[in-house]
Design a protein around this ligand. Structure first.
Ligand code: ZN
Length: 259
């Protein structure tokens, strides 16, 4: 019934995956999208995908982890090789992070462009990471005429930026931010969106929901994200779960086709 469209179940915080997946399924969280972060994460994600039919995966280089400079040509060849397995629903997570002390921004941009080119060549959507970088991501999409769309995960931009991503074929990932009463901008953007234009996520183990600060986040709490979305939009939680799942499957068309 619920899909967590963004959680890092390969991170060390999740030691007992079978147990976590069964607790999730007890509350109706039945499917998960786990995006890649580093080159080293890709083969373990392929393995996770083989062992858990409920888990879909994306593979890519996350800007936050670009500290040690990867051999980009080599990494792109390897990524291309893994995409050929037919078990990946998107390239991700890729993007730009403009927070202080992040890897060199120009380098992030270069790595982003390479991955967008690869995704375009393979006719695949992308999972985007955006932090204070929405306009630059939109610029990269335009530069390459990237028209495969995907998900802008943990979207925290303006309504105007949301509209531009939507026009480029993306849906917006709505997570724990909207559970904080002080997040009035994020809440207003959510209230202004049409049902077709967003999905729900936790970003577990990161981004704890309001009331759980200091604890690792869990995909089980995507139910609480859905409940908060339902309250803010005056809808039933069942409706939110239903249309957000349909939205995710629309932008990631290989959802039920992957091996
Ligand atoms: Zn993430």
């Amino acid at each position: 019934m619920y899909i967590d469209s963004h959680c890092h179940l390969d991170f060390p915080q999740f030691k007992d995956l079978p147990d976590l997946i069964s607790s999730c399924s007890e509350v109706g969280v039945n499917e998960f999208l786990v995006p890649g972060t580093t080159e080293g994460s890709w083969s373990s994600l392929i393995k996770i995908r083989q062992n858990y039919p409920q888990i879909k995966i994306a593979l890519g280089l996350h800007p936050y982890f670009l500290n040690e400079r990867v051999q980009l040509d080599q990494a792109m060849q390897k990524l291309e090789h893994f995409l050929g397995y037919g078990s990946v629903v998107a390239v991700g997570e890729i993007g730009l992070d403009k927070w202080p002390n992040m890897p060199d921004y120009h380098y992030q941009f270069e790595v982003l462009l390479e991955q967008l080119r690869l995704a375009k060549r393979h006719n695949m959507p992308v999972i985007l990471h955006a932090r204070k970088s929405e306009d630059d991501l939109l610029k990269a999409i335009r530069m390459l005429n990237f028209d495969r769309g995907g998900v802008v995960h943990a979207f925290n931009g303006s309504f105007d930026q949301a509209q531009r991503f939507i026009n480029d074929g993306f849906v917006l990932g709505i997570g724990g931010t909207v559970t904080y009463p002080r997040a009035s901008k994020a809440r207003r953007v959510l209230q202004a969106l049409a049902d077709e234009h967003f999905v729900i996520e936790t970003d577990a183990p990161d981004m704890p929901l309001c009331g759980y600060q200091g604890q690792p986040n869990s995909p089980i709490r995507v139910v609480e994200v859905a409940e908060q979305v339902a309250i803010l939009r005056g809808q039933s939680v069942e409706a939110v779960a239903q249309y957000t799942s349909a939205n995710l499957q629309r932008v990631l068309p290989n959802w039920y086709k992957v091996k």
